[in-house]
Design a protein around this ligand. Structure first.
Ligand code: AMP
Ligand code: ZN
Length: 108
């Protein structure tokens, strides 16, 4: 049993409305949105952060980046940030790798 909240979301233990899914990653809305669009993209398998993921599995890394950019393109006008807070001092609070997609310009 894992105590990791993003593992629980990825394996369905915690219900969430998925925005999108790929073979190795899921995308869902951030519970505390900082901008009109605020989506998190996380690998289905547990990695501590993006550096851990990049070192461990290029296939999962590419799959996650492609899912994130696809979601960002579909939901925004094309102006967005895709940000990976890495380490507590950089603001990381959930230690399961995740990218934040934020945008102020939703596609209507
Ligand atoms: P970070 O500070 O980069 O680790 O980002 C963690 C993000 O996860 C924050 O923006 C939180 O609002 C978000 N978050 C934490 N728990 C949940 C949850 N159960 N569902 C959706 N987003 C969450
Ligand atoms: Zn996890």
């Amino acid at each position: 049993m894992t105590e990791c909240v993003f593992c629980k979301i990825a394996n369905g233990e915690i219900a969430t409305n998925l925005v999108a899914e790929s073979e190795h990653a899921v995308a869902f809305n951030d519970i505390h949105p900082a901008q009109p669009i605020h989506v998190l993209v996380v690998p289905k398998r547990h990695f501590t952060d993006i550096a851990d993921l990049a070192a461990a599995d290029e296939v999962v890394l590419l799959d996650l980046l492609k899912l994130g950019t696809k979601v960002a393109d579909e939901m925004s006008t094309g102006s967005f940030r895709f940000q990976f807070n890495t380490g507590a001092e950089a603001g990381q609070t959930v230690f399961h790798a995740h990218g934040h997609i934020t945008s102020r310009t939703p596609r209507l």
